[in-house]
Design a protein around this ligand. Sequence first.
Ligand code: GDP
Ligand code: MG
Length: 141
Amino acid sequence: MALERTLSIIKPDAVAKNVVGEIYARFEKAGLKVAAAKMKHLSRKEAEGFYAVHRERPFFNALVEFMISGPVMIQVLQGDNAILKNRELMGATNPKDAAKGTIRADFADSIDANAVHGSDAAETAAVEIAYFFAATEVFPR
Ligand code: GDP
Ligand code: MG
C-alpha cells in the first residue's frame, strides 16, 4: 500500500449543515490523518482556478457560484491509499448514485451541492494540495 496525500474540501452546503465534525470522524475512522487544514471563503478567482479543468463544462458557472456561496473547510488527508480511500468515503458525484453510508449519500442534496471534493489521482492531488497549502503548512503524520 502506498502512503499518499489527497486534497479534501468540505463544500459550503456541508459546512452550513454543521457536519464538519461528522465528516472528519469518517476520515479518522478510515485511518486517514489530517495533515493540514484551513477554513476559507473562496474568491471567484480561486474557485475558477481550482476547477479550471471543468472550464468548458456546462455546469462550470453553477459550480463556481456554489463554491463561493459560503466558507469551505479544506484539508490534506494522509494515509495508505488516501486518494482512493477518500473517494470511496465520498461516494459517487451524484448523491442519487452514491452508495449507502457514504458522505454524499448521507449529507449531499444534489449533484451541485454534493458536500465534498476529493482529488482523483496522484497528479491532481499534488497540484490541488499546492493550490491551497505551502509545503510548510502540511505536517507529516
Ligand atoms: P467529483 O470529482 O466527484 O467531485 O466530480 P467531477 O470532478 O466530475 O465534477 C466536479 C464537481 O462539479 C462535482 O463535484 C459537482 O459538484 C459538479 N458537477 C459534476 N458534474 C455535474 C453535472 O453534470 N451537473 C452539475 N450541475 N454539476 C456537476
Ligand atoms: Mg473531480
